[in-house]
Design a protein around this ligand. Structure first.
Ligand SMILES: Nc1nc2c(c(=O)[nH]1)N[C@H]1C(S)=C(S)[C@@H](COP(=O)(O)O)O[C@H]1N2
Ligand SMILES: [Mo]
Length: 513
């Protein structure tokens, strides 16, 4: 016979375990159902996306600062931790008073249902995974906990507890199986990868000239002037990358236009494509940061499409919307003037990678991504800044987002140990759509020295620079500043990324030995 107090305390742990295993099975089955009927309706993803959309800007900035592009993984882990705690507490509550824990888990299921249904682009069965999760959690929790309750005044005996343990372990194992099968099902539904792999890009009616030989200095540690797709930074609000089949894709052009239009993928491919080299940058990029990359894009000039639709003279903005509800507000001049704003389908000779907007995204030279570079784009609404706001501009970021004049030191790395003697300092400079005229470097508050500029691909791309340096022992501070073709010098006034982009000089300390 076990000591009753100890047994009660241990029953509390048993109840918590029941809450955990019931929730685990519920989540596993819900993910499995989601994988089969609607991958983007996974309860984890929809709750995470809801949190991302509700989070204040400072929380997102902190998340990006702390976890970088791992911010989404961190969010998923955070949700899982909260779920574990709530599930354990629900088990304990359910043992104390029948129905209480069930209500807690049922409420979580209801939350998942609501979060799934309010997602932009929610499909007809978006509610199903959350419903399955809620029902399974409630029913299984009640069944398990019932085994821990006294029957006819008698507490559970050792035999009851043994059976309870078996059932709890069995439920948890079933949850694991459901999660695994769900993942396999999700993998099997990766047909968008297959569609993408089979795609052949049309050739450009207006091809870009080859990247000039002098554009790439080839200095170890210096960012390559053309960023390989796999290394290209990724920033978006999508927890589950939208999977848009080109066969289902269309773009609607509406609002202040003479002719509302809708074009399909085949119609888009039939139009004359243009290639252009454009460096994309994120407004959240810190001075010296890496949220910037350069690619050769293939796409249809947006102005060709807007010309067909006929833009109202009073319009001053185009609101682009993605398949997952993200929006960006782009000044209309940037899309109608002779610059290379594209509805892009190709990136560095490949179809757009899925996480970079497959099948179609916007690329606008000279503007930060949040006001221009909509991935998985499905709508262009011609409108006015005084009539509509976009995802980030509703969250306090600047309405206009021209890219600021910036430069960064890549070599040597901050804190790197440099060998005394002949050394090289090298980096990147950019102000897309304006152009870089020079870069200056200063060591230990000495005189500014002109760096050697690599050949620019175009004014829409960043440019490499380098400077030879005879490194003397000791610690040194290196700073750089860029000059643009309009004769302006990069400001030394520091500013944080919000609301319209970081500024100030990049400054690093190195020790030479
Ligand atoms: N659909 C969608 N498009 C989006 C975003 C997003 O969150 N969703 N983020 C924008 C931002 S803030 C940037 S900086 C660029 C980044 O593009 P990349 O991930 O291809 O580098 O995409 C833009 N397009
Ligand atoms: Mo961004």
């Amino acid at each position: 016979m076990t000591n009753p107090t100890r047994a009660t305390r241990e029953d509390t742990f048993r109840a918590a375990a029941a809450g955990l295993s019931a929730s685990f099975l519920a989540v596993g089955l819900a993910e499995l159902v989601a994988a089969v009927v609607e991958p983007s309706a996974s309860p984890f993803a929809v709750i995470g996306s809801g949190l991302i959309d509700l989070a204040p800007s400072w929380a997102k900035d902190t998340a990006i600062a702390l976890f970088g592009t791992g911010d989404k993984a961190a969010l998923i882990v955070g949700i899982a931790v909260v779920l574990v705690v709530v599930a354990a507490v629900a088990g304990i509550l359910e043992r104390r008073r029948s129905g209480v824990g069930a209500v807690v888990l049922g409420a979580l299921g209801a939350l998942a249902v609501v979060a799934a249904m309010v997602r932009p682009g929610a499909g007809p069965f978006a509610w199903l995974p959350g419903l399955v999760a809620g029902l399974v959690a409630v029913v299984v929790l009640r069944l398990l906990i019932a085994r821990l309750r006294p029957v006819a005044g008698l507490g559970p005996d050792d035999e009851d507890r043994r059976r309870f343990l078996l059932w709890t372990a069995g439920v948890a194992a079933a949850g694991a199986v459901a999660l695994i099968v769900g993942n396999v099902a999700r993998g099997a539904s990766r047909s968008i990868e297959a569609v993408r792999d089979a795609l052949r890009l049309p050739s450009a009616a207006r091809a870009a000239a080859a990247v000039p030989a002098g554009a790439e200095l080839g200095i170890p540690g210096l960012a390559p002037v053309v960023t390989p797709n796999v290394d290209f930074y990724r920033i978006d609000t999508a927890l589950i990358v939208p999977r848009v089949d080109p066969a289902d894709w269309s773009l609607r052009i509406h609002g202040m236009v003479e002719r509302e239009m809708e074009i399909t993928w085949d119609e888009l491919l039939a139009m004359p494509m243009q290639e252009s080299d454009v460096t994309l940058a994120c407004v959240s990029n810190e001075v010296g940061g890496s949220l910037i990359g350069n690619a050769r894009w293939l796409g249809l000039p947006v102005r060709d499409l807007l010309a067909r639709a006929g833009v109202d003279a009073d319009a001053d903005m185009v609101l682009s919307t993605s398949a997952d509800g993200f929006t960006a507000s782009t000044p209309i001049e940037a899309l109608t003037d002779d610059s290379d704003a594209l509805l892009a389908i190709g990136m560095n000779g490949e179809p757009l990678p899925i996480e970079h907007g497959f099948p179609v995204r916007m690329v606008v030279p000279g503007l930060y991504g949040y006001v221009s570079a909509t991935k998985w784009v499905t709508q262009l609404e011609v409108t006015r800044f005084d009539r509509a706001t976009a995802y980030w501009t509703t969250r306090g970021w600047s309405e206009r987002g021209p890219i600021k004049l910036q430069s960064r030191i890549d070599v040597p790395r901050r804190g790197q140990q440099v060998t005394a003697g002949d050394a090289v300092i090298a980096g990147m400079a950019w102000q897309q759509h304006v152009g870089i005229a020079g870069v200056e470097v200063r060591i230990d508050d000495g005189p500014w020295r002109a760096a050697e500029l690599a050949t620019a691909i175009s004014t829409d791309t960043w440019v490499q620079w380098s400077l030879d340096w005879v490194a003397e022992s000791g610690t040194h501070t290196i700073e750089c500043r860029a000059l643009n073709v309009d004769g302006e010098t990069q400001t030394s006034d520091p500013a944080a990324p919000a609301p319209d982009g970081a500024q100030g000089w990049h400054r690093i300390d190195v020790s030479v030995a």
